[in-house]
Design a protein around this ligand. Structure first.
Ligand SMILES: C[S@@+](CC[C@H](N)C(=O)[O-])C[C@H]1O[C@@H](n2cnc3c(N)ncnc32)[C@H](O)[C@@H]1O
Length: 309
């Protein structure tokens, strides 16, 4: 079988050409995006700049000519992305979330939640940041949401929990990279099982993919841990428990914010009387609701009715 070669050494090629050619190859091979980028040019740019040792935060000189050695380095990553269908973050070992850099590998999902915008934009004024001294990031994965919250809320203590010891070991490295060991505590727990504190904000991007979407997902998603994605027939297995138990862990005036993605309609159908506030994002993304502690308490009966029998 002939080996795939996207970027051919021995011909003049600048950075822009390398990115465009790589993006064309991604499209020809029908790659699936959604792990921090949503289209071929951004994904190609990420990999090419990484291969050249350039930061994605600084605009490169796109007219810079590449040496043969650099072309070969770029080609290696581009071909791997095509042949193995590995998300770019797992190839580079790095992902960006809320303007921060994180280690990313197969121990946890690639960070990509729209919650980054919610955190950076002062929690959309749904809660006064200066009143938030305790945060729980349930289902923290590699810790990106917890670390972004701790960075944004300079005085808050953040608990970050997950059931996966693999995810928690990655989160530990990320917490240490960001020097937040004093304020971010990692807890191994199935949802609230080992949680003993109370919080002003509980924030979560849990598994919420329903059975149909799991079977339709692109190959790229198979590189991520299934327990980070799958959440039963309607995608609500974990969210149901969160709704039922969150008010026991929220302080007076506290807020619950949860991403449910494509399972938003299933949630509305399962809880028609619960007044979910669906957040709107300027940078894209849907399926994230907020509920106050008061709303959770007032609708406790409706919420109990949505639990499986
Ligand atoms: C969608 S990933 C989100 C990771 C991270 N919050 C992010 O936004 O990138 C969901 C995480 O939930 C964890 N998880 C799955 N079941 C869990 C459970 N019963 N209790 C706690 N965490 C769980 C998975 O290990 C995974 O890390």
């Amino acid at each position: 079988m002939s080996q795939l070669c996207v970027l051919q050494a021995g011909q003049p090629m600048d950075i822009e050409r390398a990115i465009i050619r790589s993006a064309q190859a991604f499209e020809q091979h029908e790659l699936v995006f959604g792990h921090g980028t949503s289209e071929a040019m951004s994904e190609a740019s990420w990999l090419v700049l990484h291969a050249l040792g350039l930061s994605p935060l600084e605009a490169p000189d796109y007219a810079q000519l590449l040496t043969d050695h650099e072309i070969n380095n770029c080609n290696e990553l581009i071909v791997r992305r095509i042949n193995e269908r590995v998300p770019a973050a797992y190839i580079t070992g790095t992902a960006w979330f809320a303007g921060l850099s994180f280690r990313a590998d197969k121990r946890a999902l690639v960070p990509r939640s729209p919650l980054a915008e919610f955190i950076l934009d002062d929690f959309f004024d749904l809660i006064n940041p200066s009143n938030v001294s305790a945060v729980l990031d349930l289902c923290t994965g590699g810790g990106c949401i917890a670390i972004a919250c701790a960075t944004q809320l300079a005085h808050a203590k953040v608990d970050a929990s997950d059931l996966s010891t693999d995810a928690l070991s990655l989160a530990k490295e990320n917490v240490s990279d960001h020097q937040l060991q004093q304020r971010v505590q990692l807890i191994e727990s199935s949802l609230f099982e080992n949680i003993n504190n109370s919080y002003d904000l509980i924030i979560s991007n849990p598994p919420y993919v329903d059975a149909q979407d799991i079977s339709d997902m692109g190959e790229e998603f198979e590189h991520e841990p299934l327990m980070g994605l799958a959440a039963g027939a309607d995608g609500l297995d974990l969210v149901r428990v969160m709704l039922d138990q969150a008010c026991d862990y929220l302080n007076e005036g506290g807020l619950l914010v949860v991403e449910v993605g494509n399972s938003a309609q299933a949630l509305e159908d399962a809880y028609p009387d619960v007044p979910f506030l669906w957040l709107e994002f300027a940078n894209g993304g849907t399926g994230i609701f907020a509920l106050t502690r008061t709303e959770l308490t007032e609708h406790a009966e409706h919420i109990k009715a949505g639990l499986p029998v």
